[in-house]
Design a protein around this ligand. Structure first.
Ligand code: ATP
Length: 365
C-alpha cells in the first residue's frame, strides 16, 4: 500500500484556479477524507492524485516517488467512481475476475484471488449469480470486489454513496469502514457530507474555494477549527459566532462581551481589530446567575437533547441542553460558556487566533 504526499499542488483551468497551492500527506493505510462544499476542488485534487488531471504546478509523491506528470496507468490506483457500474451480462464472479483476466493472470490464480475477495466481502454464495437481480448492497460489494481484486496501491472514491437513501447509506458507510479496517488499504474518499467525513475518516482535509482550510484528525478539526469556515461547515448545529469590537493581546485570557468579562483560553496572539467569539452549542449552559444575558427565542426537541436558540446582545446563540432542562420561549436567562472550549477568530480574515488551547492543533495542521 502507499503513502501519498502532495506539495504545493495547484490547478488552473484557463483563467480559473480550481485548486490553490495545497499540501498534505496521506499516510500508508489511512482512510482519508477530502471534504468541502460543491465546487471547492475536491474532485480535481483527487483526479490529480490519480493522474487523470495534471497539476499546473507542484509535486505529487506516491511512496516517495514523484509522479505528478505520470499518467494514471503508471500509478496503480483503483478509482471507484460509481459503485453500481457493473458488467450486466457477466455473473458476480466474472465481474470481479475481469480486471485480473484482462491483465493476463493465469485462471487458477484468478479463481483463488476471487475466492479470497468474495470471502472478505461476504459474497461467496452469490458468485455464480447474474448481477441483474442483486440487491443494492450486493451490487456495491461486487463493484468493490472488482476494485480490490487488483491489489492496487490505493483506493480512490468520489462520493461513492451519494446516490443512496439515508438508511442504506449509513449501512454501506459502516461496511466500507469495516472493510478498510480488515484490509488496511490507503483510501482517499471525497464527500461534501461532514458527518460522513467525521464518522469514517482517520484524517480529513477541509477545502473551500480551492483552498485547504484545515487538515487533521476529525476531533481536532471539530474542537479546534482553524477558520470560521471550518467551524461552520463542521458540526450540526454549527459553532456559534458572536461578533464584537474588542481587543485582545498575547497572554490575556478575558474578553468583554457587552461589557461582561468572559474567560477565554490564554491567548498566544492578539488583534486590534474586530473579533468573532466562537463556541459550540454543547459548551453553552444556561444559568440564571450568569451576568451575560439572553432571551430564549425557540426550542427544538431532539429526544435526549434539545437545541435552545437565544437572542443575545452580540447575536444568536444555540445551546445543546438536556431535554430534561425546563426552558420556555420568552425566558430571560444568563449564559455561561465553558472557557476551555472557546475559539476567538480574527473577524476580518476568519482565521482562528492562537491560544493555549488550540496552539498544538494549529501548529501541526
Ligand atoms: P462537486 O462536489 O460539485 O464535484 P468539487 O469540490 O469536487 O465539487 P471540482 O469538481 O474539483 O469540485 O471543481 C472545482 C471547480 O473547478 C469547479 O468550479 C468546477 O466547475 C471547475 N472545474 C472542474 N473541472 C474543470 C474543467 N475540466 N474545466 C474547467 N473548470 C473545471
Amino acid at each position: 500500500m502507499a503513502q501519498i504526499r502532495i506539495e504545493n499542488v495547484r490547478k488552473e483551468f484557463g483563467a480559473f484556479t480550481a485548486v490553490q497551492s495545497s499540501s498534505f500527506t496521506i499516510e500508508d493505510g489511512e482512510f482519508f477524507m477530502l471534504l468541502g462544499p460543491s465546487g471547492c476542488g475536491k474532485t480535481t485534487t483527487l483526479r490529480m492524485m490519480a493522474g487523470l488531471e495534471l497539476p499546473t504546478s507542484g509535486e505529487i509523491f506516491i511512496d516517495g516517488e514523484e509522479v505528478g506528470q505520470k499518467p494514471a496507468s503508471q500509478r496503480d490506483i483503483a478509482f471507484v467512481f460509481q459503485m453500481f457500474a457493473l458488467y450486466p451480462h457477466m455473473n458476480v464472479g466474472k465481474n470481479i475476475s475481469y480486471p485480473l483476466l484482462s491483465q493476463g493472470m493465469p485462471k487458477a490464480e484468478v479463481r483463488k484471488k476471487v475466492g479470497e475477495i468474495a470471502e472478505i466481502l461476504g459474497i461467496t454464495d452469490i458468485l455464480n449469480k447474474p448481477v441483474g437481480g442483486l440487491s443494492g448492497g450486493d451490487r456495491q460489494r461486487v463493484a468493490l470486489g472488482r476494485a480490490i481484486v487488483r491489489d492496487p496501491k490505493a483506493f480512490f472514491m468520489d462520493e461513492p454513496l451519494g446516490a443512496l437513501d439515508a438508511e442504506f447509506r449509513e449501512h454501506m458507510s459502516e461496511e466500507l469502514r469495516a472493510l478498510h479496517d480488515r484490509m488496511n488499504a490507503t483510501t482517499v474518499y471525497v464527500t461534501h457530507d461532514q458527518l460522513e467525513a467525521m464518522q469514517m475518516g482517520d484524517k480529513i482535509v477541509v477545502m473551500n474555494h480551492g483552498v485547504v482550510e484545515q487538515f487533521g484528525v476529525p476531533q481536532d478539526i471539530y474542537d479546534w477549527p482553524a477558520t470560521k469556515f471550518v467551524a461552520q461547515f463542521i458540526g450540526s448545529p454549527p459553532m456559534n459566532f458572536l461578533d464584537f469590537n474588542g481587543m485582545i493581546g498575547t497572554g490575556q485570557n478575558e474578553v468583554r462581551l457587552n461589557d461582561v468579562g468572559i474567560e477565554v483560553p490564554e491567548m498566544r496572539e492578539g488583534t486590534n481589530g474586530a473579533i468573532t467569539f466562537g463556541i459550540r452549542p454543547e459548551h453553552v449552559r444556561l444559568d440564571d446567575a450568569a451576568p451575560y444575558r439572553g432571551r430564549v427565542r425557540a426550542t427544538e426537541y431532539l429526544g435526549t437533547t434539545q437545541i435552545v436558540t437565544l437572542e443575545t446582545p452580540n447575536g444568536e446563540v444555540k445551546a445543546r441542553l438536556s431535554s430534561a432542562d425546563r426552558v420556555n420561549v420568552g425566558d430571560q436567562t444568563g449564559l455561561r460558556f465553558d472557557p476551555r472550549t472557546i475559539t476567538l477568530f480574527d473577524a476580518e480574515n476568519g482565521h482562528a487566533l492562537r491560544s493555549a488551547a488550540n496552539m498544538e492543533v494549529l501548529s501541526h495542521g
